[in-house]
Design a protein around this ligand. Structure first.
Ligand SMILES: Cc1cc2nc3c(=O)[nH]c(=O)nc-3n(C[C@H](O)[C@H](O)[C@H](O)COP(=O)(O)OP(=O)(O)OC[C@H]3O[C@@H](n4cnc5c(N)ncnc54)[C@H](O)[C@@H]3O)c2cc1C
Ligand code: SF4
Length: 341
């Protein structure tokens, strides 16, 4: 690990100024990803702007009837917040399916959005990786790519975004609030992360120096019929091979509104709006779900050791939609069945 200087900023403007005044700098949230990357020499900032003292830890109502998650609220505080549990249980379930209680106590909501890929080669300095060192090549293509993507990949990179929380945020149509050297702005969640294209070193559409200040959830939380299904190698403490956030609004057995997003399959949380449109107005049956699942993976591409994900994703979508349909969580205390112990 290289040496670095550290500033404890106490306000948003001060944090933005401090980061900008150091050439090779990074914001420090909970540090659960950044410090690991620094220890591995994958990330080498010479200055950190710590966000710990920023007044961004609150979870509060928005004037529009939604909920604002402060960027410094921890993943644990968010998942167990009474408003999140009651109104956005899909989000609670997704967060609790990730990492471990200890990590969730440290990890912040802002940092969760910016965690970097778990592609093995990205961490291995002895191998070429376009994301770590642009222009060097991609070791995962033609290599061991079991954890890599099947949708929206490019010839430069087939990495996946590893977050569970972000898959639920994509399905819920969250909005990311940021502040930077040019002022404040909001970014729709679907526009926040990027596909790799020929610039896989860029994971998201933040401008240089921008700080995430919060995440807004709209009023509609799909609290009755939802599922976060995470398929992984171990029951806990493992990233998703494939995950599905499914949220439905039902009128009897007819689907009035649907949201569908996948994790573990693409460089960004993969929300499929065409699949959602296919679900709307249809009966909530296994037949409907199978057709939709087939559509989602229509253009999926396997790279060898990850080709199994195409069938896995298809089956996971059907199962998640079935679970979301059959279980009215408002009457069922089983919301956290997929959670880590
Ligand atoms: C062993 C292990 C297992 C894990 N398993 C899972 C899992 O199953 N599912 C899952 O989703 N996650 C998992 N994680 C990842 C974990 O959720 C993330 O590391 C965590 O959410 C990152 O948050 P942080 O606050 O610690 O970020 P940090 O490590 O502090 O920062 C991450 C990045 O975000 C930047 N940053 C932080 N806050 C802000 C901000 N407000 N504005 C702008 N930039 C910011 C930092 O500069 C850095 O680039 C795991 C992590 C570990 C170590
Ligand atoms: S998939 Fe992306 S992160 Fe992994 S080796 Fe290739 S370029 Fe690097």
């Amino acid at each position: 690990m290289n040496s670095f200087t550290l500033t404890q900023a106490t306000g948003v403007a001060e944090a933005v100024r401090d980061k900008a005044s150091h050439e090779s700098s990074a914001y420090l949230g909970g540090g659960t990803n950044l410090i690991d990357l620094m220890k591995e020499n994958v990330s080498r900032p010479t200055h950190l702007t710590s966000l710990h003292k920023l007044p961004l830890g609150k979870i509060e109502q928005t004037p529009e009837g939604g909920l604002r998650l402060g960027a410094l609220a921890t993943n644990a505080e968010t998942a167990w917040h009474p408003e999140v549990e009651a109104r956005y249980p899909l989000l609670s379930q997704a967060i609790l399916a990730g990492a471990t209680p200890q990590l969730r106590n440290m990890a912040t909501d802002g940092g969760n959005l910016l965690q970097r890929t778990r592609c093995y080669y990205f961490y291995d300095l002895a191998t070429p990786c376009n994301k770590r060192e642009p222009g060097t090549g991609c070791s995962a293509i033609g290599g061991y790519n079991r954890v890599c993507g099947i949708l929206g990949t490019s010839e430069s990179c087939i990495a996946t975004h590893p977050s569970d929380m972000c898959v639920a945020l994509a399905a819920l149509e969250a909005v990311v609030r940021v502040a930077g050297p040019d002022g404040e702005r909001t970014i729709q969640f679907e526009d926040f992360h990027r596909l790799p294209g020929d610039t896989p070193e860029l994971d998201n559409n933040l401008k240089p120096g921008e700080l995430i200040t919060g995440i807004d959830l709209p009023a509609q939380g799909f609290a009755k019929n939802f599922t976060y299904l995470k398929l992984r190698d171990r029951a806990s403490y493992a990233f998703a091979l494939v995950s599905v956030a499914a949220a439905l609004e039902l009128d009897g057995n007819t689907i009035k509104e649907a949201r569908l997003a996948l994790g573990g399959v693409a460089h960004k949380p993969w929300r499929d709006k065409e699949a959602e449109a296919m679900l709307k107005g249809q009966p909530a049956t296994a037949d409907t779900f199978r057709k939709v699942a087939a559509k989602v993976v229509e253009e999926a591409k396997g790279y060898g050791s990850n080709t199994f994900k195409i069938e896995l994703a298809k089956r996971a979508i059907v199962r998640a939609l079935k679970q979301a349909t059959e279980m009215d969580y408002s009457q069922n205390d089983n919301a956290f069945q997929n959670s880590n112990p």
